[in-house]
Design a protein around this ligand. Structure first.
Ligand SMILES: O=P(O)(O)OC[C@@H](O)[C@@H](O)c1c[nH]c2ccccc12
Length: 260
């Protein structure tokens, strides 16, 4: 079993338990449930820098990235840096995150928040909304075409944006559908952890223009973004490069300033 299969098999068990713990009716009572979600796709279209900054304490590929930060400080730091939005890892077992991280980020900021999670069930989308997310991630490598369709259409009924992540042409071709807002190309292979910006470069021409193109993972320099821009990318998802520092907000501020 590769790491992605393992994560998904654990996730199925986790979601089954969560459903028993907190019923949907309770999620729907969250004061955040009726909040209007700002659009990350629109923020990226309107931006000349396009940074989505991520909160990630650890990962299966890098082990510990940073365990000494306060997620609220990171959120305010990223927002004042001029990031278009923030991605908050909520998986606990492999990434050290939680839904409480999302809630705290929400309490500290007003910009679009992405729930970074391995989504397999509508229940997780309801959780995302209830804990203050505006955007969900769907990973084509672990979902069938009909699952992508039903999950993305469900998110749209809640007024959320959908970022669909692919890593190869086959995943992209099965996924293109009108209920998606952004197409993200993950430069990291989630099965082997190998990273290459060529993945974004090679797939860009196959992404229809109506979707905002996002390049994800392994981006740590201004040069990388300048290389990717001519391929039509308007969004850049950056985690480790900011999170490995003592002050991710300050690091994002400097990065975004240099991009302008
Ligand atoms: O830390 P990086 O290399 O800048 O990567 C950020 C983000 O793209 C990465 O965390 C990510 C992309 N897709 C994912 C899916 C699940 C978990 C994590 C991810």
């Amino acid at each position: 079993m590769n790491i992605l299969d393992k994560i998904i098999s654990d996730k199925r068990k986790e979601v089954a338990l969560r459903k028993q713990l907190i019923p949907v009716s309770q999620l729907e009572q969250s004061v955040l449930f009726d909040r209007k979600s700002p659009s990350l796709a629109q923020a990226l279209r309107d931006s000349d820098t396009g940074i989505i900054a991520e909160h990630k304490r650890r990962s299966p590929s890098k082990q510990v990235i940073n365990h000494n930060l306060n997620v609220q400080d990171v959120a305010t730091g990223y927002e004042s840096a001029g990031a278009c939005g923030m991605s908050v890892l909520t998986d606990g077992k492999y990434f050290g995150g939680s839904l409480d991280d999302l809630l705290l980020a929400r309490a500290a900021s007003n910009f679009p928040l992405l729930r970074k999670e391995f989504m397999i069930d509508e229940y997780q989308i309801l959780e995302a909304k209830a804990y203050g997310a505006d955007v969900i991630l769907l990973i084509a490598a672990v979902l069938s075409q009909s699952e992508i369709r039903s999950l993305s259409e469900f998110a749209k009924t809640l007024g959320m944006d959908v970022l669909l992540e692919v890593h190869n042409l086959e995943e992209l071709q099965k996924s293109i559908m009108p209920s998606l807002d952004m197409l993200g190309v993950n430069n990291r292979n989630l099965k082997t952890f190998e990273v290459s910006l060529d993945i974004s470069k090679n797939l860009s021409a196959e992404i229809p223009d109506e979707f905002v193109k996002v390049s994800e993972s392994g981006i740590s320099t201004i040069e990388a973004i300048k290389e990717l821009r001519p391929f039509g990318y308007q969004g850049y998802l950056i985690g480790e490069n900011f999170m490995k520092t003592d002050d991710p907000g300050a690091s994002a501020t400097e990065f975004i300033h240099k991009l302008r």
